[in-house]
Design a binder for this molecule. Sequence first.
Ligand SMILES: [Zn+2]
Length: 364
Amino acid sequence: MDFDKIALEPIRLDEAFFHKLPKVDLHVHLDGSLRLETILDLAIKDKIPLGIETIDDLKAILKPGYRHKSLDDYLKGFDITLKVMQTDEALYRTAYELAQDAAMENIEYMEVRYSPILHTRKKLSLAAILESVLAGLRDANKDFGIESGVIVSGIRNISPAISMRLAELSVAFKNRGVVGFDLAGSEYNFPAKDHLKAFNLILSNNVNVTIHAGEAYGPESIHQALHYCGAHRVGHGTRLREDGDLLNYVNDHRIPLEICLSSNVQTGAVADLEEHPFRFYHDLGLRVTLNTDNRTITDTTMTREYLLAYENFDLLPLDILDLVMGGVKSAFIPYEFKRDSIRRTKDKVKKMLVEEAVKQGVTP
Ligand SMILES: [Zn+2]
């Protein structure tokens, strides 16, 4: 059967289907996505006093999946993960394991982001911190076939001079694993344009840019990300709906939004999923992508994020196809590779959805 015949027919999809679906994750923080056992193991091995002995103790202080009062409160969990991510071995291992976990749920391409400056407590060089993560991802690619790239994050609430060093690092590693530059951290009171010098260097070297914006602050923050800092994608953009004119601009220029449903609820960016602008954006035709943000801190997977979207927003086969393709099209990969990947993924997803419709006896 032709996909077009079932594109708008409601079909029942379950966790097993979304697990099998080929997926990409464009917004996932390394330091928010460690296995709980690994945090505990590294703390013991490296003698880091977290004051805990079991996984349950760890959960009690890390609060995975917890609904926080604010983004700043949500970010506190990273104080714990960062403590155990200060050696070459720890960085290699956490990157490798993240890629393995992603591959196990059929994520075919992933862009991992983190800020090397937060891993310098034992005097590792920024280059070494990057090399270790790249090595972990490279080995995971050999073992599990998952493709990936690194996005280096500047931090809003750390000095612009540090962002400049991270921008220089990103330029040096362009075409050697780094696929983009980001700005993360506390959005309120820390405008992106303070880091303008770093973005000038990044853009003049043709490095891709994505910026966390419109998550904890209003659309002015998205405006700055796009028009001052040259962002090619927007992290979250939850509050873009408050500015219709900017929203149309984002839509007209096909600027992708990296939506992270569970995380948006947990940081208080939206009160609950019912309040989330996901459906509104999607219906307007914006390029929406689904992502995990933090697999551990948010306690989620890509499979779960798809399932959440499907269950809460009554998605039809065409919506599922659009979402997967939105991710593939928005990836920071060269167009010559992307073109093939678009064709291959589209065929695969259509085939899976048609098979499911046939199995359920859906007749157009
Ligand atoms: Zn994020």
